[in-house]
Write a protein that binds this ligand. Structure first.
Ligand code: SF4
Ligand code: SF4
Length: 414
């Protein structure tokens, strides 16, 4: 299925001011106008006007983007690079395709059974085979020993679908766990459920939820993502819920922005996606907004921990979250929050970007590591499992920094 034509303002309203060049992590490394947000917008325009016939090289230009959304968030003319780039990628993937590995990955993300199967193979590889090798085993330039282990059992199979508080319930929260928590970060999932039930909420983890599919549709595989999107909207769009919480910036971005935008550009009704989006909260945002319900339970005494923060692009560029994650961390007892100077810069992960463009990704993350180390912090908090994995795998085994999700810091105090 083709996406409809991009609204003209998404393409032609570029005033060529160049502000997006300073905010684009890829341009800051490569310094090549063709690969800048402004350059890509102009190329898309040439295609739209029929002045360029896309080629494989042209397709590579659009793959050199982290889809971080920073250019769109900072464009004074309101150019929607994110929507425009998805449209371009969709057309280009039809024509030029992807490598077999990514094609396989997109099939796995959109099929629950294949996902379970792939997660079992990955678990064996990580938890059994890798453990036999010595430290600092590297693949490409990643430190595989810093890759978190896979859950022994998927998180959603470890807990009941409904988790009630000890006393009277204040209301129901639906928990969108995302694939990373389900297969790799059960500690984050257990922390979310424990914290919210302590605060008096009933937490429902719907069994029928699927991958948010953002990694699939931002790479142009829109048709493959559609069934996941429609299923998640049907499963989560329930009346009388206090909130739908996510622990992953990428899932948050998909539910809040990606689904309504994509359905609209495909000509589908977007009302259900919009009403779902209004109820979605990042877990850190939710805890910050309801801190008075949480603080009476933060009673454990522990030594003070120095914590710095990496702000995931998909949260930073969401309009609702603002500085709430940093403010939440600053309020956690026994946390001394030390800001890192480039906390608001992309980590260079960008889903498959770090795999396809390893050199650029490595340069982006190395700078961040240097700045995070300079804070003297022991913990590097981030609110996105994707960033968590990318930051971890780029640290050496001896590095004093440990990557954590803020809910893990909070859970330690209950
Ligand atoms: S910030 Fe917006 S208007 Fe300015 S060059 Fe970039 S896309 Fe064009
Ligand atoms: S989405 Fe991010 S990486 Fe891509 S062009 Fe915009 S700022 Fe650059």
């Amino acid at each position: 299925m083709k996406l409809s034509n991009a609204p003209k303002n998404e393409i032609f309203d570029c005033g060529r001011c160049g502000l997006c060049l300073n905010t684009c992590p890829v341009y800051q490394i490569v310094k090549d106008e063709t690969l800048s947000p402004r350059g890509k917008v102009q190329l898309a325009r040439f295609v739209d006007e029929g002045n360029i016939t896309p080629s494989k090289e042209f397709s590579d230009v659009f793959s050199q983007c982290l889809m971080c959304g920073t250019c769109a968030a900072n464009c004074p003319s309101g150019v929607r690079h994110d929507t425009l780039f998805v449209k371009m990628r969709s057309q280009l993937s039809d024509q030029f395709g992807y490598g077999w590995l990514l094609r396989l990955a997109y099939q796995v993300f959109t099929d629950k059974e294949k996902m379970e199967f792939a997660a079992n193979i990955a678990k064996y590889g990580r938890n059994v085979v890798l453990k036999k090798f010595s430290n600092d085993l590297a693949s490409g330039r990643f430190n595989l020993h810093r890759l978190p282990e896979f859950n022994k059992k998927p998180f959603r199979k470890q807990l009941s679908e409904e988790n009630r508080p000890a006393g009277k319930s204040r209301g129901t929260i639906l928990y969108f766990t995302g694939c990373a928590t389900n297969y790799m970060f059960d500690n984050i999932g257990k922390s979310v459920v424990r914290i919210l039930t302590k605060m008096g909420f009933t937490v429902i983890i719907p069994n029928d939820q699927t991958c948010c599919a953002l990694p699939v549709f931002i790479n142009g595989e829109v048709d493959k993502a559609l069934s996941n999107i429609l299923q998640n909207i049907a499963v989560f769009n329930k009346e009388d819920t206090v909130a739908i919480v996510t622990d992953c910036a990428t899932c948050h971005s998909a539910l809040c922005k990606g689904y309504p935008d994509l359905l609209k550009s495909m000509g589908y009704p977007d009302q259900d996606a919009l009403s779902l989006a209004k109820k979605v909260s990042d877990i850190n945002e939710f805890l910050f907004d309801h801190f008075r319900l949480l603080s009476p339970f933060l009673v454990k005494k522990i030594p003070v921990r120095k914590v710095t923060f990496h702000n995931p692009c998909h949260l930073r560029n969401a309009q609702t979250v603002n500085n709430k994650v940093e403010n939440l961390i600053s309020q956690i007892p026994y946390c001394r929050f030390i800001p890192s100077q480039d906390a608001n810069v992309c980590c260079g992960g960008g889903g498959s970007f770090a795999y396809k463009h390893m050199d650029i990704a490595k340069q982006i993350v190395s700078k961040k590591i240097q700045n995070a180390r300079a804070t003297g912090a022991e913990y590097w908090a981030t609110a996105c499992p994707g960033c968590y994995i990318n930051l971890s795998m780029n640290l050496s085994c001896e590095d004093g920094l440990k990557v954590v999700h803020p809910v893990e810091l909070i859970n330690d105090l209950i």
